[in-house]
Write a protein that binds this ligand. Sequence first.
Ligand code: THU
Length: 134
Amino acid sequence: MRDKIAELLAAAKQAHGRAYAPYSGFKVGAAVLGDDDKIYMGCNTENISYPCGSCAEQNAVGAFVCGGGHKIKAVLVMADSIKTISPCGACLQRINEFADKETTIYLADLEKIRQTYSLRELLPNAFNDLEINK
Ligand code: THU
């Protein structure tokens, strides 16, 4: 796992470098580790019509699905900010769709992991059930 964490950091850094964030000026890189042990990258991609922009994690989850992944083992999110950033609520739900009990979220700056959480800690009451009362 140590090697994989180094790979996740390198992938997120590459993604961070490619982020398109001319409106906020806030670049984010994300790397998803799939149960296939492959790493998928995403960067935030903003738009002049602001609500059309997408988060780094959202794009990394899309790359993971399109690449054939089934379960997410870990996600690393990276930004160059004083405060450690955490995925937004919508992205936690997107990660949750492919997560299991073990799924880990690493929060990093450009050099290192600063905090580690389980997805459960960040989204304890995820929406997981479409059953209705009859
Ligand atoms: N952003 C992400 O890509 N991921 C996060 O976890 C937080 C926010 C992006 C969205 C927007 O392009 C910019 O950061 C500022 O909110």
